[in-house]
Design a protein around this ligand. Structure first.
Ligand code: SF4
Length: 194
């Protein structure tokens, strides 16, 4: 394996959601739509074009490509807001606001990239959840930074290894677009029979 490859931030999100999903997407190139993904793409259409808006004292840079050479990660941040020289990475998500750790890792990974590119420390980011139109502030605490870096290393280490088993999380599996490829219930049933 080439140690210099850059792990995309979207795959960091997939890893934290479910290592098996990460394996299916990253290693096997599996891809499938469900209603959540289609709706997500539709809602995302306004932030997918790179550009710049000014709203009052805030400058918004949409769809920004970033990377971090230290952690070997890269990706596109939906938006970076600049207020009083403070940069705030912002991700837009289709679902409802909750403590989605995978989303927190993704926005924290984006901040780590931005910090390396600009040399400026970033205190927090935000995630906008379309389903209930709420913005969640995510503080980049030392604990979140450490957990994000550990997840990046864990995902990189898992590449090239065996496919992980399905997770025991029916709600995540129900929402997962890869369910018909992964077959979590069937795999679990087979394992019980074996
Ligand atoms: S269906 Fe469940 S176990 Fe399978 S990839 Fe999706 S979240 Fe993971």
């Amino acid at each position: 394996m080439n140690e210099q490859f850059y792990l995309p931030l979207a795959y960091l999100n997939a890893w934290e959601y479910c290592p098996r999903r990460f394996f299916l997407e990253y290693e096997l190139g599996e891809n499938a739509d469900n209603e959540h993904l289609i709706l997500g793409r539709h809602l995302h259409r306004n932030v997918d074009d790179e550009g710049k808006n000014i709203e009052g004292d805030k400058v918004i840079y949409r769809s920004q490509w970033v990377w971090c050479d230290r952690l070997l990660i890269n990706g596109v941040i939906d938006a970076v807001e600049e207020i009083d020289d403070q940069l705030i990475p912002v991700e837009f998500k289709k679902g409802r606001m909750a403590n989605h750790e995978n989303d927190h890792f993704q926005v924290c990974g984006a901040a780590l990239c931005l910090e390396e590119r600009t040399g400026v420390s970033i205190a927090y980011g935000e995630i906008f959840y379309y389903a209930n139109r709420r913005r969640q502030r995510v503080d980049f605490t030392p604990e979140l930074r450490q957990a994000t870096e550990q997840a990046i290393q864990a995902a990189r280490t898992a590449i090239g290894k065996a496919m992980p088993p399905p997770i025991d999380h029916p709600k995540k599996c129900q929402d997962c677009s890869l369910q018909k490829i992964c077959l979590p219930k069937e795999i679990k049933q087979l394992r019980l029979e074996v």
